[in-house]
Design a protein around this ligand. Structure first.
Ligand SMILES: Nc1nc(=O)c2c([nH]1)NC[C@@H]1CN(c3ccc(C(=O)N[C@@H](CCC(=O)O)C(=O)O)cc3)C=[N+]21
Length: 297
């Protein structure tokens, strides 16, 4: 029987653990603060931002929100980030990606105070991750590490194949999986749109992590017997319902189920973990900046 990992349950366990950390901070008169910045009218971005705010509210994290019209100037965005950098009540800053084309996203990431960079995207934090001394692990790959741990998947000595080379999932995931630490010690292959024979790579893998942003790119014929399959895809496909869309992963779930030992669903797999690990980084950022020690889950 294939084990379907319940991402909501694992995320709830993490947030329960964070609750104790928030209490420890409160005892020191410290309330964690997360700022979200949105410069997009993409409905998906709006959904994610409101899920993040809800997560903060549930935990007792103060959240503030700044919104800019997508036609605003890059300088307007930099000014907002600079003000949040200087605000002592704000411990974490997240600028929702993607930003409009006329805004240089790498410059946005460089503008955020690295201590408040709860996405872990600032070059200083990327550098620390690559050097094996992470401060804030990027939320989605960190969440995947937690899911694997919860499902009793030992990554050590495994062959892991990552499909997708993005800065926010593929690259940091590869770095975490090759590090000399629990949740690492894997042999990693990173595949992408120019990979010659994707199926030949994934079929040999003990762990397949699909993060290409292509609906149902990976099907059962590409999954080896007994493999672990992690689906990072959150593709919105239009359907004729009240909601208007359906979430489709990068994995064709039904056929992949037939070969996989363990698999994550979409929705209810990796997505909820991304939010939980953002809250985790916000609590960690608060503890670092306020010099309080907390016992992170
Ligand atoms: N600076 C920045 N940081 C991010 O962390 C970031 C970002 N930009 N831009 C967009 C992506 C995407 N992302 C998701 C978060 C939660 C779910 C999630 O919880 N999904 C639910 C379903 C949500 C629904 O129903 O639409 C699930 O999979 O069960 C998905 C995707 C964070 N991102």
């Amino acid at each position: 029987m294939t084990h379907v990992i319940d991402g909501n349950a694992v995320a709830d366990r993490i947030t329960d653990g964070l609750e104790a950390c928030v209490e420890t901070l409160e005892a020191e008169q410290v309330t964690p603060g997360l700022a979200t910045v949105l410069m997009s009218d993409d409905p998906a971005s709006e959904t994610y931002i409101s899920m993040k705010q809800q997560g903060c509210a549930d935990l007792g994290i103060e959240s503030i929100h700044r919104e800019l019209d997508p036609s605003a100037s890059a300088d307007d965005l930099f000014e907002i980030v600079a003000a949040l950098n200087d605000d002592p009540d704000v411990h974490g800053i997240l600028v929702q990606m993607p930003v409009p084309d006329h805004v240089d996203s790498t410059r946005v990431l460089r503008t955020i105070d690295p201590l408040k960079d709860v996405d872990g995207f600032h070059p200083e934090n990327v550098g620390r991750l690559v050097a094996g001394d992470p401060r804030y692990k990027p939320c989605t790959p960190h969440g995947i590490q937690k899911l694997l741990e919860a499902a009793d998947v030992d990554t050590e000595g495994t062959d892991a194949v990552i499909v997708g080379r993005s800065d926010i999932v593929g690259k940091p995931m590869a770095n975490l999986l090759i590090q000399k630490a629990p949740g690492g010690n894997a042999t990693v292959t990173v595949c992408h749109s120019r990979t010659e024979d994707l199926a030949a790579k994934t079929r040999e893998a003990d762990i397949v992590i699909a993060a290409a942003g292509v609906p149902e790119l990976v099907d059962g014929s590409m999954i080896g017997d007994g493999a672990v399959v992690i689906d990072v895809g959150v593709n919105r496909v239009e359907v004729d319902t009240e909601k208007g869309y359906e979430l489709v992963g990068d994995v064709e779930f039904e056929s992949a189920m037939e070969n996989a030992r363990t698999i994550t669903p979409v929705p209810g797999g990796v997505g909820p973990m991304t939010i939980a690990m953002l809250l985790y980084n916000t609590v960690k950022a608060t503890a670092i900046q306020e010099d309080v020690s907390v016992d992170l889950p």
